[in-house]
Design a protein around this ligand. Structure first.
Ligand code: G6P
Ligand code: MG
Length: 222
């Protein structure tokens, strides 16, 4: 019998930018708000919002426009943006699942590895429902139950706790710098999704889950 060398028992996935490409919807909704407020906001600026919570994203945009509205106004702006965003994601279909995601998640689940979502988004349940992948995860840790933003490790530690796996037996998949740092802060291994030049702290970086397989995952270097 071949000795099982696997040192991980669970994979925790960020959602936006890893399993689905919702970044463009976030951008379209933030852009609409920025336009209304006469704030110049580009796709490059949008990179800074990846993995960042809704209110923190708003702060970045207001800073770009040198605006300092009161708390009530800020909540109004965040709600406006979220309504537009929800309008976009409520029309999402399974076609918007990023290439290779289903195949990889199914492969690891067949091998007995647990799976969880670790996302800052309060809209996680709606997105999972729209693209029809709720059943692929043993647990969902999202912005509705976790309050400390990445790079705080809370979201990943909560996910690990929900599936009953020790943090050092978990691998996180993340596309944001703050998310990679959150995984490391949780004492977990991390596969970066994107560019190695950006996600310099990840243990391994791939362009997308279409480049992942169980055998590749086993080669991760700690
Ligand atoms: C993810 C995205 C961020 C987004 C955050 C909150 O981390 O990468 O861009 O701001 O979730 O999302 P929400 O859907 O709750 O506004
Ligand atoms: Mg992300």
């Amino acid at each position: 019998m071949i000795k099982n060398k696997m040192i991980f028992k669970a994979c925790i996935f960020d959602l936006d930018g890893v399993i689905v490409d919702t970044a463009r919807y976030h951008f379209m909704a933030w852009k609409r708000l920025a336009d209304q407020l006469n704030i110049k906001f580009t796709e490059k600026d949008n990179e800074r919002l990846k993995g960042v919570s809704r209110m923190d994203s708003l702060e970045i945009i207001l800073e770009l426009g040198n605006m300092k509205p009161d708390r009530k106004k800020k909540e109004e702006f965040a709600a406006l943006k979220n309504n537009w965003y929800v309008d976009f994601i409520s029309r999402m279909t399974p076609n918007e699942i990023l290439p290779g995601s289903l195949e990889f998640i199914q492969e690891i689940r067949k091998a007995g590895i647990k799976t969880a979502i670790g996302s800052a988004s309060k809209n996680t349940p709606m997105i999972l429902g729209r693209v029809g992948i709720e059943k692929l995860f043993d647990a969902v840790a999202d912005g509705n139950i976790v309050h400390k933003a990445k790079p705080d490790p809370e979201v990943f530690l909560t996910g690990a706790h929900m599936i009953g796996i020790e943090p050092d037996k978990c691998v996180v998949f993340e596309d944001a710098i703050a998310g990679v740092q959150a995984a490391l802060n949780a004492g977990m291994m991390c596969v970066g999704i994107g560019s190695p030049a950006v996600l310099t702290k990840a243990h391994m970086v791939v362009a997308g889950l279409h480049e992942m397989s169980l055998s590749k995952l086993k080669k991760i270097k700690i």
